[in-house]
Design a protein around this ligand. Sequence first.
Ligand code: KIV
Ligand code: ZN
Length: 533
Amino acid sequence: MTNKTDRIIIFDTTLRDGEQCPGATLNIDEKLVIAKQLARLGVDIIEAGFAFASPGDFEAVSKIAKIVGTENGPVICSLARAIKADIEAAAEALKPAVNARIHTFISTSDIHLEYQLRKSRAEVLAIAEEMVAYAKSFVTDVEFSPMDAARSDPEFLYQVLERTIAAGATTVNIPDTVGYTTPSEFGAIIKGIIENVPNIDQAIISVHGHNDLGLAVANFLEAVKNGARQLECTINGIGERAGNASLEELVMALHVRRQYFNPYLGRPEESQEALTNIDTRQIYKTSRLVSNLTGMLVQPNKAIVGANAFAHESGIHQDGVLKNKLTYEIMDAQLIGLTDNQIVLGKHSGRNAFRTRLKELGFELSDTELNKAFVRFKEVADKKKDISDWDLEAIVNDEIQQAPDLFRVELVQVSCGSNARPTATVTLRTPEGEELTDAAIGTGPVDAVYKAINRVVNVPNELIEFSVQSVTAGIDAIGEVTIRLRYESKVFSGHAANTDIIVASAQAYVNALNRLYASLRTQEKQEVSTQKV
Ligand code: KIV
Ligand code: ZN
């Protein structure tokens, strides 16, 4: 492969760098659900995790490699430090993938060398070269990242890139690890690499960047203009600190402004050929899925996928859009899969109609998942006359989320009002199958429910985020509740959808507590096995 590719390769790192943000922790089945959706979205490479980091990460990479890494599926990648044991774990986990990539990295900036690695430049150069060659002994597709490249001495960077390409790296990735660079500086770094690394034509130049100054997407677009051909990004821009460059913003910028970017890729300006392989109609659905499963909400004014991204509030804008959409809209909402809120199903719709519509929406459910979702659909249809596509998505996302089923909500009852003290009674089924009921008074109905649940579960935690959003307009709309809670230094999220927001609140809280409870159990098991050793 050479960097002469005439399209942009999309490398999705939602499941690796994206999952590194506090509280976004996903379990293996949730990662698999997201990986399948990323494949439907059309990403070229899925960075499925960091196989050496934990047994859970290893299993997730391996499962995704097996199920999603098929002949026609995306390349499956695992991150690995430039350390033999990491590379071996990555290679082992990736074995089931038809197309596998090992992504190995080591820092190259002086500040990282001095304070973090405590190694000389000569040592780092030798390790990078040796470990790329080692990775190459397992797979043909090897990516190398000089971490903190954007703050590295350019001459040293050129040297490291030349040597790692010679050792077998087929992609060299240039990270702006701390999100410090500006677009023109980042573009100049890529230009410098093309001009000064003699064997650069034997590798694809990739970029990776964090959004600390809100410049990640702009930096990447400038990098594309200067020769970068792979973009490392995440859905909704989730990731460490301020996040990573957002996939949907990059893809839509390249799509909407393709006439501008075409010449940089050697195409005629007027070419209509897509610049990426992404099926843009899957963008909205993928965004919702990642937000629901990670508990990382999308801000309403977020470009492309925010709730307000296509809403026109000002009278002048509304007037213009009614006369001609192009007056104030640069892209059609349907392009990202935002259909008009179609009323598709109702209480009398049968399983076949339900299954068919889900299929049309791109959901592929197992029989068990379909049955569970159908039961939920019927419950919702009893309370809500018309069920739209968005309702269906909320129901299915709720049912297929894979929070461990430890505590289960059996009953929620509240009493509240202007002259009442909010009181809640809850019954939970414990992991041992016992039904426990407790009651509490709170400042409001949700507070009372959460206090009652805490009395049953009895794991001290701090609620740090609570949000309710309605899926569609209307008084009978489904409400989606997302919460995040903190236990010691860890954050756990929970999500649930229901026409009754108090029930959704209870369910979301129990989902988060189940994640916390499962993590405590795993920790306990690990402690016991360490003691045995
Ligand atoms: O931000 C970063 O530098 C990374 C590397 C591992 C590519 O995530
Ligand atoms: Zn990163």
